[in-house]
Each structure stands twice: as C-alpha cells, then as structure tokens.
Write a protein that binds this ligand. Structure first.
Ligand code: SF4
Length: 399
C-alpha cells in the first residue's frame, strides 16, 4: 500500500455478500442483524487456528464475538496474521492474565459519581451511554462492561448523568462513549444531544466511536442532520490499520465532515497490527485524505488478556520519531500512555531537547542535527539582568 498508485485505491464492494441487494448491504440494521457471532459462522468462510477456536469458545465469558459483514470482508483469509483478523477474532491468550494487567486499567470505576459517568479531570467528563458496539475489539479497555459478557451488569443512567452535569458548572466538556454511542437509535441520540446542548456551561460535546470503521452504513443523512441540529459535535473515530480506510469509510467521513463534524482518529498501538513505521505512515496518510486528523496513538492499556497484542512502548516512540519531520505535521498523532490506575493521559515523546541552561536551549531536529536557541530576551537572561556579549552565537548549527 505504500506506492502512490495504491494510495489512490480504496477497497470497495460487498465481497462475500455480493449476492445481497445493495439496499440491504447499505442498511445498518441489516449489517447488525447479520453479524458474525459464532465460531461456526466464522468457519463457513475460513478455518480458525486451534488458538482462535478456543478463543471463540470462551468469548462469551470475556468479550462477545461480533463482526459486521462489512468489516469481516476486510479479513485476509489466507493470512493467519492478518491485522484485521488479529483485532476481532478471539484467541485463547485472552483468557490469560499477566501480573501487570488489570480489569479496569484506567481506574474509571473509582471516579464514577453516578453509574456510567466518569469524572476524573475537573472540567470534563466521560459519559458511557451504552455497553454495546457494532463489533468487538479484542483489546478493549472496557471489556469488563462492554458486551456484558463478564456479568458487570452495566446500566447506563442517562437521566442521572445529565443531572450530574447540569449541577456541576465546572464541567465544560463531555465525551460520549461506551460501548459505541452511535448504536443508539436516532431518536435517543437526538434527545441526549439536545439535553446536553441545553446545558449553558457545557461548551464542548464530543463522541468517541468506532462505528464509522465497523459500520460506515450507520452514518446516514438522518444521523448527520442530528449532528447539524446540535452543532458543533466533535468526533474521534478509531482506525488502527490502513486496510480499515475503505471507500465506504471515506464516504462516511465525508458525510460527517459536510455535516460540520470535525474528525480526529485514535489508534491503539497493537503488536502485529500497526507496530511498524510503514503501516502507521500509510494509515495517517489515508486518514488525512479522509479529512481525519490523526489525534492519539495509544499505548495499549494493561487490560486483562491483552499481552499478546501489546507492543513495546519503544515501538511507539520509534514510530513517532520516524514520522516527525518525515511527513506533514498534521499526520502525526500524539503518542500517549493512559497512566494505570487513573492518572490520565501522559504524552510520550522522543527526546528533542538535549539541554536547557540559563542562556539557551539545545535541541535536535529529525535528522539528529543539534541547534542552539537563545533564551535571552532583549539581551537579558531569564530572571536576570546580565547583558549578552555581542559575539554570542545564537541559533547556530553545531553538527
Ligand atoms: S469499539 Fe471501542 S468500546 Fe467497542 S470494543 Fe472496540 S474499543 Fe471497546
């Protein structure tokens, strides 16, 4: 996918379901109704490995198996390491818990003043409005509650959540998530956005959704009208691999952009999926073509049963190092670790500052060249009165 020619190709078509009327294929209800949810259904199309078979067997105790026909088409059946397959087909390793792993790695449950509402930062809240998704990602941070396979018994309380936000004027930003908020019916979503928009002190409403990737058919003109009605609504989509950027996703993002929804993308760094520079570069370039700004690259949370999918943090740093200066700044996501236990997002960056002293900051660029930038303002050192000698070198290249 790295040639200029392949960048202009966007996967499209109904693939295995080409016999289905286009009208059904484009209907998000049809896609949901025809999801692949069992080992037997998967094996109608390809043979699972023993590890995957066992994974499917245990899926309903951990995180349900569900894949929309649209997304299932993206799996390369001949490649047992297919990056799409790794994200959605369960494996037995999910049932193993490493010592560093947790059920609630971001410490959300400890910051829930009402069910489903996480208030960790002073001015913003995370509002979990459903426990359902169009398909299930095997590394999901909220696998404890999403799909309700673990008996978490999650019941989102819209009314309580809304009242909490209404009564806390310090909250200026709400992120709707879940599960996937775009699985709510139009009427419900319209109601929820309307109630939130009516809160005077709430400035910023955003939605985290993987629906544009798993189920682009859900981005209907009617849904876009709802976003227009309650604008501005911001959205973070979730694509991990360039194969996920298809013609249908591109069209869905186009509809969202035209409805005035600014789009960002959150990727999770996953072993064997996107833990290499070329793949990430292809992904971020495709995202920009879809008018989606790469926003975050997450180090995979320490969620139970995810060790086989977690990549080393140094891989993430290597990717950022090889993007910065090597492609457009707009294409570079912020690499972050969501600090275990509820510490929030911490940016992780390659080191570009080599030294800071009283007189200057010593920096390096993407080629490894070193530069000095004077900290003095009007010849005065920070916090001092000393004059800079006239011959003092400023901004010179050292090597
Ligand atoms: S779409 Fe989001 S919430 Fe749903 S399974 Fe994937 S990561 Fe979890």
């Amino acid at each position: 996918m790295s040639s200029a020619n392949s960048r202009r190709n966007w996967y499209r078509g109904q693939g295995l379901w080409r016999h289905v009327p286009a009208e059904d294929w484009k209907n998000w209800g049809w896609q949901l109704k025809n999801r692949i949810t069992t080992e037997e259904e998967v094996e109608r199309y390809f043979t699972l490995s023993p590890e995957e078979k066992k994974g499917c067997y245990f899926a309903n105790k951990k995180l349900a198996l569900a894949i929309t026909p649209y997304f299932f088409n993206l799996i390369d059946f001949d490649d047992k390491d297919c990056p799409i397959r790794r994200q959605v087909i369960p494996r037995i390793e999910e049932m193993e818990t490493s010592p560093e792993e947790m059920l609630d790695p971001c410490g959300e449950d400890d910051h829930m003043p009402v069910p489903g509402l996480v208030h960790r930062y002073p001015d913003r809240v995370l509002f979990l409005v459903t426990d359902r998704c169009a398909a299930y990602c095997r590394y999901c941070t909220r696998s404890r509650l999403v799909s309700n396979s673990q008996g978490y018994d999650f019941h989102p309380e819209f009314e309580q959540g809304i009242r909490y936000i209404e009564s806390h004027p310090e909250i200026r930003d709400v992120l709707l998530s879940g599960g996937d908020p775009l699985l709510l019916a139009d009427r419900k979503l319209d109601y929820l956005l309307g109630r939130l928009r009516a809160i005077d002190h709430l400035e910023f409403i955003r939605i985290g959704s993987r629906i544009p990737i798993f189920l682009p058919q859900r981005i209907t003109p009617e849904l876009c009208d709802i976003f227009r009605k309650h604008e501005p609504i911001w959205m973070s989509i979730h694509a991990n691999h360039p194969k996920e950027c298809t013609f249908e996703v591109k069209e869905a993002c186009d509809r969202l952009s035209r409805a005035g929804v600014p789009l960002g993308n959150q990727s999770v760094l996953l072993r064997g999926v996107n833990d290499n520079v070329d793949t990430m570069k292809d992904l971020v370039h495709r995202l920009l073509q879809m008018r989606v700004r790469p926003y975050y690259l997450y180090q995979c949370d320490l969620i139970t049963g995810s060790a086989h999918l977690r990549a080393d943090v140094l891989k993430g740093l290597e990717i950022i190092e090889n993007l910065r200066g090597h492609t457009s700044g707009y294409a570079i996501p912020q690499f972050v670790i969501d600090a275990p236990g509820g510490g929030g997002k911490v940016p992780i960056n390659p080191e570009y500052v080599k030294e800071i002293n009283d007189g200057e900051i010593v920096i390096r660029n993407y080629e490894g060249k070193t530069f000095n930038y004077s900290r003095q303002v009007g010849g005065v050192k920070p916090g001092g009165t000393e004059q800079v000698p006239e011959e003092a070198p400023v901004g010179r290249v050292m090597d």
